[in-house]
Ligand binder design. Structure first.
Ligand SMILES: [Zn+2]
Length: 132
């Protein structure tokens, strides 16, 4: 993926982060995914007083893509205010693996960035074939 495509995803994730609902952790996160059809979908973390009901930005973006009919994801950008770039959490890795097993991931925190591949972060993912 070229740098202009990554930059476009980053801008979308930054915009989404501005809408993060994180009154409990104060940890605002934005995410943007690029689907196989070329569309971009965004999400932010949405916390809840029942902490376990919280949804991460990455899964919110994934849900937006699927709700719009795009089920295959190629790339994900995460933007947070952490001291260093953050990879997706375990639950998000599981959800992302269903729709983008070879997903390219870039995470930003301030001026720092980190690149990951989902299949390296989450090898041997549990998937549909395990249900047979
Ligand atoms: Zn997560």
């Amino acid at each position: 993926m070229d740098e202009s495509a990554w930059a476009k995803l980053k801008r979308a994730a930054v915009e989404a982060r501005a809408n993060a609902y994180a009154p409990y952790s104060g940890f605002a996160v934005g995410a943007a995914v690029l689907s196989k059809s070329g569309r971009v979908f965004t999400g932010c973390n949405v916390e809840n007083a029942s902490y376990g009901a919280t949804i991460c930005a990455e899964r919110a973006a994934l849900a937006a893509a699927v709700a719009s009919g795009d089920r295959e994801l190629l790339a994900l950008v995460i933007v947070s205010g952490a001291k260093r770039p953050t990879p997706p959490c375990g639950i998000c890795r599981q959800c992302l693996a269903e729709h983008g097993p070879t997903l390219a991931i870039r995470s930003h925190a301030g001026d720092a960035q980190a690149d990951y591949e989902l299949n390296s972060l989450f090898p041997e993912a549990f998937g549909r074939s395990h249900l047979d």
